[in-house]
Design a protein around this ligand. Structure first.
Ligand SMILES: [Zn+2]
Length: 339
């Protein structure tokens, strides 16, 4: 009977993910209105969430169960609380670490040698570049990817005696909400995987188009914005002095020389809310998360790369050497363990 206890269908799941069509993630608690919610969580709302929730660690659909509603003198009896359960006849993906179980019959796996699928859960009001959301809801409430780069790769497994089986291989998915979350991913080491990663917000962009940490990437970004691209970035900003006034201006970078002369890129971050007013208290380097917009000043030959900052969590001091040293240390430790 011990096995029965571990049946995934009977697991009470305390948190679910809601993925909006822009790829934005909300964590939902099976709490009803007025109940305690953990920080950053929202209560279950039937109108919004019915048949649209997935496991917090994989893409299986989970459904709300209001529980038995038994209340024993203020203390709810175990098992009677509202909870989430996997949808009928569906199971968690093989590498879902929620149930901590082996899914012997699963037909999917996560490839931990390739890049991540990094979900950037923040709202920058970026338009959809191709008019089509990167994720949509398919049959049975499962979330399916429209972007080919986000789709699983099929792998054929030889079972012997002429028998084969096809399994879906996915990228490992990570959810980030702010600059510190992204810095923590960088600290993990695995820099080769990071370079191979896709960052998903309203569209999916490769890491090197998202993390604008050097002058070449900055120039490439300006080329893309001139051609109509629009997506959030994490921009490295270098300040010679603390920002005073309503914006912080980074050192200008040479862009190109044409017959009309040389042009430059000047990144500017506008502190557009009281929350962000003191975002740059000292000189030094910062990482800023936001949606860049381009404006060209003909006279000065300057491309202003403007980011409107509304949330203090979208900026953090950047200690590149420290982060890289930590990443390298973790990488070496991993390598040593593998030898
Ligand atoms: Zn799961």
């Amino acid at each position: 009977m011990a096995k029965k206890l571990h049946n995934i269908d009977t697991l009470h799941i305390s948190e679910a993910r809601f993925i909006g069509e822009e790829g934005r993630v909300t964590f939902v608690q099976p709490a009803l209105e007025g109940e305690y919610l953990r920080p950053g969580r929202v209560a279950y709302d039937k109108d919004t969430h019915y048949k649209k929730l997935v496991c917090s660690h994989c893409s299986v659909r989970v459904d709300f169960n209001k529980g038995a509603g038994v209340n024993s003198g203020g203390a709810n009896l175990r098992g009677s609380r509202p909870h989430f359960k996997t949808a009928p006849k569906q199971e968690h993906e093989k590498n879902c670490d929620l149930p901590k179980l082996n899914h012997q019959h699963s037909d999917s796996e996560i490839d931990t040698s390739i890049g991540f699928r990094i979900h950037l859960n923040a709202d920058f009001n970026a338009p959809l570049n191709h008019g089509k959301p990167v994720y949509e809801r398919g049959k049975g409430g499962k979330v399916v990817a429209n972007d080919d780069r986000l789709k699983p790769v099929e792998k054929i497994i030889d079972l012997g005696q002429g028998q084969t089986k096809t399994i879906n291989v996915y990228r490992e998915s990570l959810v980030v909400r702010n600059v510190n979350d992204i810095v923590n991913v960088m600290r993990r080491g695995e820099l080769e995987r990071l370079k191979d990663s896709l960052v998903v917000n309203n569209v999916a962009v490769p890491w090197n188009r998202f993390a604008i940490l050097g002058e070449n990437r900055l120039r490439n970004l300006v080329h893309r914005l001139r051609n109509g691209a629009s997506h959030p970035v994490m921009l490295k900003v270098g300040l010679y002095q603390p920002a005073d006034g309503n914006y912080a201006e980074s050192a200008k970078v040479f862009f190109e020389r044409t017959e009309k002369g040389a042009s430059f890129i000047i990144p500017r971050v506008y502190m557009d809310s009281p929350d962000a007013a003191d975002a740059f208290p000292s000189r030094g380097e910062y990482l800023v998360l936001g949606l860049p917009k381009l404006s060209f000043n003909k006279q000065g030959g300057a491309y202003f790369l403007n980011i409107s900052l509304k949330d203090a969590a979208c900026v953090a001091p950047y200690f590149e050497g420290q982060i890289l040293a930590e990443a390298k240390m973790r990488d070496e430790r991993r390598l040593a363990l593998a030898l």
